[in-house]
Structure formats: structure tokens, C-alpha cells
Design a binder for this molecule. Sequence first.
Ligand code: NAD
Length: 457
Amino acid sequence: MARSSDPTRRDVLKTAGAVAAAGAIARVTAPTIQRVKAASDQVSYGLIGTGSRGQYLLTHLSKIDAGRCLAVCDIYEPNLRKGAAAIGGNPKTYLDYRELLGRRDIDAVLIATPLYEHFRITRDALLAGKHVFCEKSLVFKAEEIHALRKLAGERPKQILQVGLQRRYSQFYQTVKQMVDKGLLGKVTHVNAQWNRNPGWVMKPDPVRQKELNWRLFRQYSGGAAAELASHQVDVADWMFGSRPEFVSGVGGLDFTKDGRDVFDNIQLILKYPKGQKMMYQAISTNRHLSLFGGARTEFGEVIMGTEGTVEITVGKDNEPPIALWFVEPSPAQPTPAGGKKEKATIANATLTAAAAGSRGLPIMLSRELVTGQDSFLKREMKFARLWMYRKGIMMPREDENPVDTQLEAFLDATRTGKKPLADLELGLADSTMVILSNLAMDEGRRVYFNEIEKMGV
Ligand SMILES: NC(=O)c1ccc[n+]([C@@H]2O[C@H](COP(=O)([O-])OP(=O)(O)OC[C@H]3O[C@@H](n4cnc5c(N)ncnc54)[C@H](O)[C@@H]3O)[C@@H](O)[C@H]2O)c1
């Protein structure tokens, strides 16, 4: 029987099952942080690299009661001052990260330096006995992958978490549940983009030009593969439940002639086991996003299965994560022979062509589902909200920004010893992808992921 292309009540209920299960997972992974903790219950931490991301993390950390920032460090004083102001509470400031690591009263460090400094500082922090949260992409070079795996393996009691915040999003977790429960059928492809216009702009500074613009120089940076694709290929790995076999790609430095040497546009194809593939694009000349009815720009992922599709994005602070589910439209019906019916087919042709897709259903979180325990008023409010979601007037929202969830989870893990969702192996897989994708684009060849085993040894 032909399937309806719009999600039916039954489909909604089926998602509800997946959502409820995912909600259960989200509750387990989002730690139960008590607000207003006594100082003795708080994790003492320091943050190294108080540039743009470091300040952003500190602003979020300033609202998280599970930890207390004792120190910040940056080699560049103006950023150091901004970092201290972002967290407040007058943390001690350091220009040399080794002095911060030398403090015995600091249990954990967060690292938000440029990529080329991640390994050195993470290594030294582990050797100093600290728990580490390091921004993605975890490491820069093949030899660092092997060295960090070995070192972290020798120190299993220390937490090592990577800044891949999509792993902490309730929407992404729900979609993973939907994939695992087969609601999308067999997931065969993931498409993703992070397109900007303009891309990174070279900041003028005659003295610190390379330092300030580290992302634009291969000596320090993995370019768009490290800074952008790293998040989204991780999503493909997660949804497929496997790692890529090989990558091919084309990268170009075609449109931005300002002295940089990283590509300004990249396109990658990653082949996974079982024929699954990811198509990836990051360009810097157009930021249109053809998902969510054009309501967002720049970045998002499309997870495509034989029975459905999910469009998803983690969003930004002022544009929260959203996810839409589309049921795969019915296959075309065979045209019956005979004049009258043929006419009907012709008459229907325009209509079919204009409405062959399905309407996207916003993916909900468990707290939105109507339960037997709800009061009359609560139930009515939930129904009203669901109606507005269906009409596109309103979108479901996560309980909190995934960045906050990941930071709370890190601080919590330093106390409980719980393995992070974005752990060492996930970070190393991500870094492997970055290194090999850049190699594939530079050498114009298919690069197999097992090549990493012999690289940098
Ligand atoms: N997870 C995410 O969504 C996300 C978003 C943005 C950036 N990031 C990551 O965060 C990291 C930092 O990016 P950014 O945009 O903040 O860069 P940035 O250039 O704005 O800041 C980096 C800071 O590190 C400082 N620094 C450099 N070497 C140092 C050292 N040895 N010791 C102490 N400080 C040092 C610099 O002076 C600068 O202030 C990168 O790895 C980037 O990929 C992650």
C-alpha cells in the first residue's frame, strides 16, 4: 500500500517512543547539577587560550555553578584581560600555561588555544594530573594522534573530553535514537554544509599577523576541514555508527587572494562501510542553506534513509538547535492504461510535481509529549504547542544550549569519572578525518583511513 507522504498520527506516536527513549538518555547524560553549590563542592578549573572561543566558553561557564574558575591564561594580554572579565570573580591571570598547570588547587583545565597548540598543552596538562577539556579538533598531526592515545591510555582516571557539542544536544540524541529504531529506514547518506559569505577575513596586524590569523595558515591550521567539517563528519560517524573507509575531495584556494594558504572552498566525499556515504561542502562565497525552508543560513546536516529524512542544525546562541523529520514520499504509482485514467494522470501531473514531498514535522523532546499524568490545563497547553509546531508558528527548543550541557557534563565527569560522550577516541577519529581529508585534497587521491596507522610513527 502506498505510504502517505505526511507523518500520520501513528508516525508521530512512533517518534514519541523514540523521543521518550532519547529523553531518558539525555537525562542520564545531562548531569544533575545542583544550583548554588558550596565552594568545596565545586570543581576548580583554569582555562588556557582566552581568545574568541575561550571567552565564549567562560561566559557560559560563568553561569554554571558546578565549577569555579581559579585561573585563566593567554600569551596575548588583551585577550587575557577579556577572558578574566568574561568569567568574573577575579581569577589569577597567567601568560605561561605551565604556571597554571603547576597549581595544585586546580583539578581541571579547559583548552581553547589554536589547533597547533592543542597537543602540547593537553599532554602537559595530563602529565600535571589535570582533567582536560580540549576544543576540537583535538590534535593537528598524525604523530600526535598516536602519542595522545598512548598517554591518555596510561592515565585512565583523568577525564579527556573534546568540544564536539552536537554530541550533547537533545535533538541530535533524539535523531540518533530515531535512526537506531529504524524510523528513517536504512540510513544511506548524510549531506552537510557549512557555507559562509564571506568566510574568514584576514585581520590586519603587521606584528602578529600569522598568530592572529592562525586559521588561514597551514603551518597552524587544518583549514575548513578542522574548523568546520570536524563537527559535521562526527555527526555522520555517529548516525552511521561507523568510521569512514576512505575520503576523496577537491579543495581550492580560488576566491580569496589575501596571502592565506588554506583552501577557501572544500568538497569531500567520505565512504563508510555498507555503501554509506557522506557528502560535505564548505565554501566562502555563498551562505544559503536550503534546509528549514530557508529560515537558517550556513550550516546543517541532512540524514537520509530509505524511509525518511532529518534536517538538523545545532544553531547558534540566538538560533537554537532545530530538527525536522520528513517521511519519505510514496513511490510513483504505475500509470494505468486507458484514456480516461491517462487523462486523470495528466491532470494530476502538475499537482504531483508541486506536492511530491512531505511536510517536515518538528522533532519534539520528551517533556513535550502528552502523558497520563498531565493536568487538564497542562495537556491543553501541550496540544496548543504541538498545533503551533505543526503549523510552523513555533519550534520546539532544547532545555539548554548544548555548549552548557557539555561543560556541565565535563565538570561532573571530573567528580564521577564517567566517560564523556565526546571522548578521546571520538576526538582522535575526528582529527584523523581532518588530516586525511586535507591529504586527499592536496594529493588528489582517495585516502584510506587505515593509512593513519603508518603515518607519524
Ligand atoms: N566547538 C566549537 O564550536 C568551536 C568554535 C570556535 C572555535 N573552536 C576552537 O577553539 C579553538 C580556539 O579558537 P578561537 O576562535 O578562539 O581562536 P582565537 O585566535 O580567537 O583564540 C586563541 C587564543 O589562544 C591564545 N594562545 C595561543 N597560543 C597560546 C598558548 N601557548 N598559551 C596560551 N594561550 C595561547 C591566543 O593568544 C588567542 O587569544 C580552536 O581550536 C577552534 O577550532 C571551537
